[in-house]
Design a protein around this ligand. Structure first.
Ligand SMILES: NC(=O)c1ncn([C@@H]2O[C@H](COP(=O)(O)O)[C@@H](O)[C@H]2O)c1NC=O
Length: 197
């Protein structure tokens, strides 16, 4: 099955995977507290605005709560900025997803995102026909295609890098790269797996 990009979150842990039919020559890079998806050196040039972006950010709220933000596009940045200004996760997700809306590409690709705290998690998506934001207690996935509403996900890893590796290895078509995050009282850990390097 091809689900495109997907986010998985639960309290204390989360991850994000890029699956792609059209732009497989991409990887995650660490820019210090932010993980970025972008082209590999040998990738064909493209003017598609949706394929390079920050996919994971570590933030701290005004009350010093560490949070991780994960998502499939430029909405990750305003979600992170709203959390840093004290918006609750629900409101940061809903307002940024609604403002940017689904992607204006050939597929009306939904935006998906999650916010992970040490003891909380919230997941969201904006599609052509819906805006969904939910607080969740157990690992929950939302994807761009097919699985485009939140549903339970069987996540076994408990650390950031194993989460990335587990998502990259999930039996879903066209894996490209993945990110993982863990959050506890001490802060956020981010990691990634680009497969084979
Ligand atoms: N976030 C991403 O990594 C990403 N990769 C591709 N897209 C969009 O989704 C469309 C379909 O891509 P694909 O055939 O790889 O699933 C692309 O034309 C592009 O507009 C993306 N946008 C949202 O998921």
């Amino acid at each position: 099955m091809y689900v495109g990009r997907f986010v998985v979150v639960a309290p204390g842990i989360g991850g994000y995977r890029v699956s792609s039919r059209s732009f497989p020559n991409r990887r995650v890079r660490d820019r210090g507290g932010t993980l970025t998806v972008g082209p590999t050196a040998d990738a064909p040039e493209t003017d598609n605005p949706y394929v390079s972006y920050n996919c994971a950010r570590a933030v701290e709220t005004p009350t010093e709560e560490p949070l991780a933000v994960l998502g499939n596009g430029s909405h990750v940045d305003p979600i992170a900025e709203k959390l840093e200004r004290g918006y609750p996760a629900r409101d940061a997700l809903a307002s940024a997803l609604l403002a940017l809306d689904y992607e204006k590409d050939d597929y009306d690709t939904p935006r998906v995102a999650g916010v992970v705290g040490a003891e909380s998690a919230t997941i969201g998506t904006v599609r052509r026909d819906a805006l969904l934001v939910e607080a969740v207690e157990e690992p929950t996935v939302v994807a761009t295609y097919e699985t485009d509403s939140p549903e339970p996900y069987d996540l076994t890893a408990t650390d950031a890098e194993p989460v990335a590796t587990e998502l990259l290895g999930a039996d879903l078509e066209h894996p490209v790269c993945a990110a993982g995050a863990t959050v506890d009282a001490d802060g956020v850990s981010l990691a990634f797996d680009n497969g084979g390097d």
